[in-house]
Design a protein around this ligand. Structure first.
Ligand code: ADP
Ligand code: MG
Length: 403
């Protein structure tokens, strides 16, 4: 992987692929509710602009729908509010192009002086960006390549995507990895190559099917795997317990049995909650009670790990030297069911070693508890990308940068 510091950028047009996919207020008022990804993208943009580059940022937002550019641009979401926030945070104007490979982009880029920054409109307004057809993507990448002299990949959250601006474009220009990608990859390497032990993995979140791949690979690396969140119930079902109306992926029970067997065979300690906070329905104000993990009433659902499990998980984390955590332990969005997730987050802050939090909802949970990012070794900006890396998959966006 080439380093950005090796690029001679003065006076050159540098295309930077960032991840600026931020959440917006549901009211449609255009208010950004968490600008963490914009902030995480600033260092590279600042560095390049500071060194006299003409910086052209590309990014996607949401999942635009429509047959062509015109339909998608009409339907949105537009990156314009992101351009405004980026300008605010950078402390310098950000020129905004209303298209990707049309007149606006060409004129905007032509108007840049050394040290200026521009942002192109949502790259997913071009349907070819996410096309499965190599030729379609290459046509778009070639058009984008005409806007720049160099390419910097810095959107870690999209490196697992084989998309035009992530995978095809860097092949057409001299390229380098930005600081965000370099930092993420170096942390993920520490999790996979000779991690300090005990190495404890905590997995939760909603769907076990999303995480089975990573569990499989982590069984070969970790000393202990703690399981919480929605995936708990498919594991409990695999042990023959009643799970009531809890989240259950019946078609994954067999895979969970296989994971339990493999953990036993490899001598990996697989820890499940011993008690569960249950409620009669999925609601913030549903009455919560604690039951044993093998005694969930048929008309109740598990929405968090219980108090004994919180203590158990904290004790299993206390001596860890390396921790990877992905996925909340319960429905932390409802305060009555957030204690399990909070307990794991707090236990991580006390670990004397490398702690890594991956996953958008896990990172949001940590921040909602008011814990500083600096209390953790690393909070990944790319949940899907970090999981695929830990699954041992090759990530197209890293391959394209020579990683
Ligand atoms: P991440 O984004 O960190 O990878 P996921 O997307 O896998 O995490 O899962 C996050 C979601 O899982 C949260 O919205 C949370 O409410 C949900 N969740 C956690 N525990 C449960 C549960 N017991 N029942 C239903 N949903 C749950
Ligand atoms: Mg998520």
């Amino acid at each position: 992987m080439h380093n950005i510091d090796d690029l001679d950028v003065v006076g050159r047009r540098v295309l930077v692929r960032s991840d600026l996919n931020v959440p917006f207020d549901k009211s449609g008022s255009g208010v950004i509710t968490d600008d963490g990804r914009i902030r995480a993208s600033l260092p590279v943009i600042r560095k390049l602009a500071g060194r006299g580059a003409r910086v052209v940022v590309m990014a996607h937002l949401g999942r635009p729908k429509g047959e062509d550019f015109a339909e998608r641009a009409e339907g949105g979401p537009s990156l314009r509010p992101v351009a405004d926030r980026l300008a605010e945070l950078l402390g310098q104007p950000v020129a905004f192009a209303t298209d990707l490979v049309g007149q606006s982009a060409a004129a905007t880029v032509a108007g840049l002086a050394d040290g200026d920054v521009a942002l192109l409109e949502n790259v997913r307004f071009e349907p070819a960006e996410t096309s499965k057809d190599d030729v379609e993507r290459t046509v778009l990448a070639s058009a984008l390549a005409r806007l720049g002299d160099l390419y910097v990949g810095d959107g870690f959250g999209v490196v697992h995507r084989k998309q035009a601006s992530v995978y095809d474009l860097p092949a057409l220009l001299p390229n380098a990895a930005g600081d965000l990608i370099t930092a993420e990859v170096s942390v993920l390497r520490r999790l996979t190559q000779d991690p300090a032990r005990p190495y404890v993995v905590v997995l939760g979140g909603s769907k076990v099917s999303d995480k089975l791949g990573v569990i499989g690979n982590l069984l070969g690396l970790a000393d202990r795997v703690l399981i919480g969140g929605g995936m708990t119930y498919t594991f409990l079902a695999a042990l023959g317990h009643e799970v009531g109306t809890s989240l259950l992926e019946a078609d994954q029970i067999g895979s969970c049995k296989a994971v339990l067997a493999e953990a036993a065979e490899r001598g990996v300690e697989l820890v499940l909650p011993t008690d569960i906070v249950v409620a009669p329905r999925f609601a913030a104000d549903a009455p919560a009670t604690v039951v044993a993990a093998d005694a969930i009433p048929a008309d109740h659902m598990g929405l968090d790990i219980g108090p004994a499990s919180r203590e158990l998980f904290a004790s299993k984390l206390a001596d860890a030297k390396t921790v990877f955590w992905n996925g909340p332990m319960g429905v932390f969005e409802f305060p009555a069911f957030a204690a399990g997730t909070r307990a794991v987050a707090e236990a991580l802050t006390k670990v004397d070693g490398l702690t890594v939090v991956g996953g958008g909802d896990s990172a949001a949970a940590v921040r909602s508890f008011g814990l500083a990012d600096s209390a953790f070794g690393h909070i990944s900006t790319g949940g899907g990308a970090s999981l695929e890396y830990l699954e041992g998959k090759t990530l197209p966006g890293l391959t394209a940068l020579g990683a």
